[in-house]
Design a protein around this ligand. Structure first.
Ligand code: AMP
Length: 280
């Protein structure tokens, strides 16, 4: 596996691959890899001649009081995991490689970036779309892989690719879960054993919402209320950022459920912010 930190070197290597007519898959990550990340890599491995993974904890997508410093990092463990996939190229730039002195260009998808998580993490998606644009420009992948776990992120990146005419196929992969339904996340490592058990209420609540809808409930407000009540039963949840029922494409709130909707939850257990969603 090639391990590259220089954007120029990465760009040259990737241009060579594309010029040979080989397809190039990209899985962008922030590292601390788990089975969710690996499922994206396995899918990308099947669909492309060459597989690239990026590991970059992007400071621009963290707010001033968020967990940038504490964010789990495990490069040795990550390399071992991705070599087993196997991955051909690891792009692991430093912060100065991506944001050199005097850096001043940002990419923002308006409106969608202010919904849901955007309301609680101002500037977060601007950081995501900026770094993803840079990764796409450096690598020019044939296909890029994202997890449904971060549904809003994938919807915003889909809009970015469309609006900016980027010639990249996006592949959104299903959420990989623990046996009790908790979506795998690098941030789950922050949870104490008791908090970890309590976190199962998130998926249980999404399932409750899904069951109400499949039983025939069509009033989004009523379904949302029932979901909120269920979350409130868990005393270790300190804050409920949102329980939302929204359009799967625009992320705008739905009142009457008549077609596919996204059920999405963001809560805090202790200092740990957890998100999850399902499409019904
Ligand atoms: P992150 O390292 O958290 O930025 O995640 C990198 C990619 O992995 C994103 O596209 C995430 O949506 C995806 N991902 C994270 N957790 C999961 C999961 N449990 N199942 C599937 N994909 C995931």
């Amino acid at each position: 596996m090639d391990i590259i930190s220089s954007p120029i070197e990465m760009q040259n290597l990737c241009r060579g691959i594309i010029m040979q007519g080989r397809s190039l898959g990209l899985v962008p990550t922030m590292g601390a890899l788990h089975k969710g990340h690996l499922s994206l890599m396995q899918k990308a491995r099947q669909q492309n001649d060459v597989l690239t993974v990026s590991i970059f904890v992007n400071p621009v997508q963290f707010g001033p009081h968020e967990d940038l410093e504490q964010y789990p990092r495990d490069m040795a463990g990550d390399i071992e995991k991705i070599e087993a996939v196997p991955v051909d190229i690891l792009f692991n730039p430093g912060v100065k490689d991506i944001y050199p002195e005097g850096y001043s260009t940002y990419v923002e998808v308006e409106r969608m970036s202010n919904a849901l998580c955007g309301m609680y993490r101002p500037g977060h998606f601007k950081g995501v779309t900026t770094v993803v644009t840079k990764l796409f420009n450096i690598i020019r992948p044939t296909r890029a892989y994202f997890g449904q776990k971060d549904y809003q992120q994938s919807a915003i990146i889909r809009k970015l690719v469309k609006d900016l005419n980027m010639d990249i196929d996006l592949v959104v992969c299903p959420t990989i879960r623990e046996p009790d339904g908790l979506a795998m996340s690098s941030r789950n490592s922050y949870l104490s054993p008791k908090q970890r058990d309590a976190a199962a209420v998130i998926y249980a609540t999404l399932t409750l919402g899904k069951n109400l809808i499949t039983e025939g409930h069509r009033d989004a407000k009523a379904v949302q209320e029932a979901m909120l009540e269920n979350l409130k039963k868990e005393p270790l949840i300190e804050d409920i950022d949102y329980v939302a029922i929204v359009d799967t494409e625009t992320l705008s709130p739905i009142e009457h459920i008549s077609e596919q909707v996204l059920l999405a939850i963001a809560i805090r257990i202790g200092k740990t912010r957890l998100i999850d969603n399902i499409i019904v």
